[in-house]
Ligand binder design. Structure first.
Ligand code: B12
Ligand code: SF4
Ligand code: SF4
Length: 289
């Protein structure tokens, strides 16, 4: 908790300067995020940050007698880990059986926390890299009233491997990453547009789209990810009939149930409300549509 003020000051400084894009969706994501002690755990003493390695998945879509293999990046399908699993892990592995209160939070900047606490390092693509996982991971944090004896607080670090490398810059289809400023130009990031509803801006080149949602370009090409990328897995194939129904954009309950199971709770496949995201993104990825 001693470092919370320092972290928030750093974010406030970035917000006051011109490093952060003014894109409204991006700003809405950041609006309620603050490094502060939560109201329901006023006696919090520490923040525990956990990285869980997460696999890149491939989904096969059958259409017109052909199989189209499309990436579903880590993060967008259910990993199967529950809040209860994390609590058990913390209890046995982190606080080793001591009684403590835990309050999960998504309202802090998790990469900054992971890097400053010594868990990971920043890549030039602004993602957090953890040894043995690359950047294919999910970060989860809990406030706790447990007092650790010491912390491993470190300076902000960029990976050594980034110093003479600019592969992610070259592979980013919309040129978000530059050597002049470390914070990426989020207003140009494909993910910002394909995670939410709406038409894609015209300046996004058609061939920039590469994943069912999100974008993998700056991570796939990164030398620090070559081992993590090899672990890729496969989710259930989507039949010709299902693919056509997705493209038509009018899902029935049977389709939603089948896709939710095959794509492990991929949010745009779970409800009529979010389905337009699925239809739009798949249309951008299949050659004929
Ligand atoms: C908003 C958000 C987005 C936005 C904006 C992304 C962004 N870079 O800010 C959008 C929708 C575009 C997005 C995209 C993605 N996201 Co996102 N996103 C978030 C969210 C909610 C907040 C991120 C944030 O705080 N941004 C604010 C900026 C200012 O912080 P920052 O990126 O850490 O930037 C720091 C550095 O630039 C550093 N800095 C500044 N100057 C310098 C100079 C030097 C030398 C150094 C070393 C550092 C440094 O200071 C900044 C502040 O900490 C987090 C979840 C959370 N609660 O934290 C997930 C999160 C960051 N996303 C995540 C993921 C996986 C992604 C995608 C890979 C998904 C995908 N496959 O498409 C892409 C990656 C895009 C990219 N290259 O960053 C993961 C990151 C996992 C990881 N390995 O790091 C997170 C942590 C979610 C999670 N629970 O795990 N995301
Ligand atoms: S591609 Fe190169 S510069 Fe980019 S994050 Fe990976 S190692 Fe760093
Ligand atoms: S996620 Fe895609 S668009 Fe965003 S910075 Fe990486 S390569 Fe560029």
């Amino acid at each position: 908790m001693d470092h919370l003020g320092e972290l928030q000051e750093y974010i406030d400084k970035l917000k006051r300067g011109d490093a952060l894009s003014n894109n409204a969706t991006y700003r809405s994501y950041l609006k309620d995020m603050r490094f502060e002690i939560p109201e329901n755990l006023p006696d919090a003493k520490s923040l525990i940050i956990i990285a869980v390695s997460d696999r890149l998945m491939i989904v096969g879509f059958h259409l017109d007698g052909r199989l189209h293999e499309i990436m579903l990046p880590p993060q967008y399908y259910a990993s199967g880990l529950t809040d209860e699993d994390f609590r058990k892990y913390i209890s046995t592995e982190v606080v080793k059986g001591s009684e403590c209160k835990l309050e999960r939070t998504t309202k802090v900047h998790l990469k900054l926390l992971a890097v400053r606490s010594g868990l990971g390092q920043y890549g030039r693509n602004n993602l957090c890299y953890v040894e043995g996982m690359g950047s294919l991971l999910k970060l989860t944090a809990y406030f706790t009233d447990y007092q650790f004896e010491k912390d491993d607080w470190t300076q902000m670090k960029m990976m050594d491997g980034c110093k003479n490398c600019s592969i992610c810059m070259t592979h980013c289809p919309t040129k978000c990453i530059s050597k002049e400023r470390f914070v990426i130009d989020v207003g140009k990031c494909v993910t910002l547009y394909n995670e939410v509803e709406g038409e894609f801006p015209e300046w996004i080149p058609h061939d920039a789209h590469n994943s069912l949602v999100g974008c993998m370009h700056c991570q796939l090409a990164c030398p620090a990810n070559q081992e993590a990328v090899k672990l890729k897995g496969r989710l259930g194939d989507v039949t010709e009939e299902e693919t056509k129904k997705i493209l038509e954009g009018e899902p029935d309950e049977e389709l939603l149930t089948s896709l939710t199971r095959k794509l492990r709770k991929f949010v745009p496949a779970q409800s009529k409300e979010h389905f337009p995201i699925f239809t739009r993104n798949l249309k951008a990825l299949l050659p004929r549509h």
